[in-house]
Every structure is written in C-alpha cells, then in structure tokens.
Design a binder for this molecule. Structure first.
Ligand SMILES: *[C@@H]1O[C@H](CO)[C@@H](O)[C@H](O)[C@H]1NC(C)=O
Ligand SMILES: *[C@@H]1O[C@H](CO)[C@@H](O)[C@H](O)[C@H]1NC(C)=O
Ligand SMILES: *[C@@H]1O[C@H](CO)[C@@H](O)[C@H](O)[C@H]1NC(C)=O
Length: 227
C-alpha cells in the first residue's frame, strides 16, 4: 500500500511549475533583479552593535536580535550607538540592553497568522488508505495546514529597512511552528503536500512568492530574510 499515493496530474503540474522556475532563473541571470536598496545589514547582521549584542550574549538565541524591528532608520541607530560608545568607556551588558530596548521592538511584528481558505477537510487520497489508525493520523496531519500559514504585514513592505524579513505578496506555509520565514528547499516538499491535499490555491500562491523573489533578487534566497 502506498500511503502517499499521489494522483499523477498534480505531480506533473508541480514538476512543470518548478521547471518554469528554473527556466526563469536562467533568464534572470542575464538580467539580475533589482537589489534591495533598503539595506539594514549594517545594524542587523554586521557592525559594532551587532557584534556587541552577539558577543555579550544579550539574548539566549542568536537569531533573536536579527529578527527585531528597528524603531528608527539604520543610519540613526548607528549614529546613536556611536554616541553611546563615545560617552561610555566600557559598554556593559545593562547599558547595551537598555539601548536595544529603546531602539528595537521584540521579534514577531514581521509576520501574522492567516487561515488557508482552500483547506479541505477530507482530501481524496486519505480515502485510499485502508488502515484506520493510519487514516486517522493522516486526518490529523492534514489539520496542521491550518496552523502553518503566514503572511508578511504591509509594514514590512512600506518600511523594508526596519526589518530583516523580506516582504512576500502572498501567504506562505512555514515548515514548523517556530519558523518565521519561508524557505526555498522546504517549499518544494510543502507544495507537493499542498497539491496532495488539494490546496491548489495556496500552492499557487507559494510559487508566486518564489517568482516574486526571483524577480526582486535575480535568484531565490535560501530563506525570506536578509542577513
Ligand atoms: C529565551 O528568551 C526568551 C525571551 O527573553 C524567552 O521567552 C524564552 O523562553 C527563552 N528561551 C529559553 C530556552 O531560555
Ligand atoms: C566618536 O568619537 C570619534 C573619535 O573621537 C569621532 O571621530 C566621532 O565623530 C565620534 N562620533 C560621534 C557620533 O560623536
Ligand atoms: C537554509 O534553509 C534550511 C532550511 O531549508 C536551513 O536548515 C538552513 O540552516 C539554511 N541555511 C542557511 C545558510 O541559512
């Protein structure tokens, strides 16, 4: 018995779409997409502030700081940090903490949870599974789609230099609850699963996001963040 029996047409549709992606990748190599001119990497992924935050282990996770929102422009924050460094001989952890609290908002403002409107309660393929236990498990598994759809708020588009998150025009599936961005490699398997579960609209929107990244950057980044 093949539990993940997939009806062939869906499989072909995915392969064709991915071929199209590869084809457009080759084309945009000749004409690379526009680079993001709202570069905040000087604050969120390099520079003195970034080094101090990471080396003093201000947070228990190394991605917490790069996922924060800048509360002012990267230039202003860099300037303020230079002033602080100039006025204190040795910057201690407490001062650094206060600085980060003043100029950054905690992570989480760059993503919202959305409900997939094409979710199907009983995808056809589950009926082909005769083992009742397995069928129940697949049923539960199918329910997880409802927990994994995300969208980037408009503010990420309008204030791109305040976030490491890259704005995506459509909702996307994250590979698990703790993730806060879309990943390229994971999206391949996600889209296979979405097609199997008859969520064609969500699958299409995921592919459109990948095409959007291709147009903007000339390639599809590993994940939808700039660090
Ligand atoms: C890490 O820090 C965050 C925020 O301060 C906290 O919510 C979380 O529980 C901490 N995680 C661990 C594993 O200590
Ligand atoms: C910090 O000090 C350096 C060296 O004295 C100086 O060149 C720089 O202009 C100062 N920066 C600010 C923002 O005060
Ligand atoms: C690329 O994405 C994968 C998930 O698909 C992740 O495990 C890996 O850490 C990422 N690599 C980099 C360099 O960020």
């Amino acid at each position: 018995m093949n539990v993940f029996h997939c009806s062939l047409p869906y499989k072909y549709i995915l392969d064709i779409l991915l071929l199209l992606l590869v084809a457009s990748n080759c084309r945009s190599d000749d004409n690379p997409g526009e680079e993001d001119n709202n570069d905040n990497c000087a604050v969120l992924c390099s520079g003195e502030l970034f080094e101090d935050v990471q080396l003093l282990r201000l947070f228990n996770s190394s991605t917490r700081f790069p996922h924060m929102k800048l509360l002012s422009s990267p230039e202003r924050i860099q300037h303020e940090f230079e002033v602080l460094k100039n006025t204190s001989n040795v910057l201690d952890r407490g001062e650094l903490q206060k600085f980060v609290e003043k100029w950054f908002a905690p992570p989480g403002l760059d993503i919202t949870i959305v409900m997939p409107y094409d979710w199907v309660e009983e995808p056809h393929f589950i009926n082909d599974v005769y083992d009742i236990k397995l069928r129940g498990w697949l049923h539960d598994l199918n329910g997880i789609w409802k927990l994994l759809l995300r969208k980037t708020p408009e503010d990420v588009k309008e204030n791109a230099n305040r976030y490491s998150q890259i704005y995506l025009p459509n909702p996307f599936v994250i590979p698990g609850g703790r993730f806060t961005e879309m990943y390229y490699w994971d999206s391949f398997w996600t889209i296979e699963g979405l097609l199997l579960c008859q969520m064609h609209h969500t699958a299409r929107k995921m592919i459109e996001n990948l095409l959007h990244l291709m147009k903007q950057y000339g390639h599809i980044p590993n994940g939808s963040r700039k660090y």
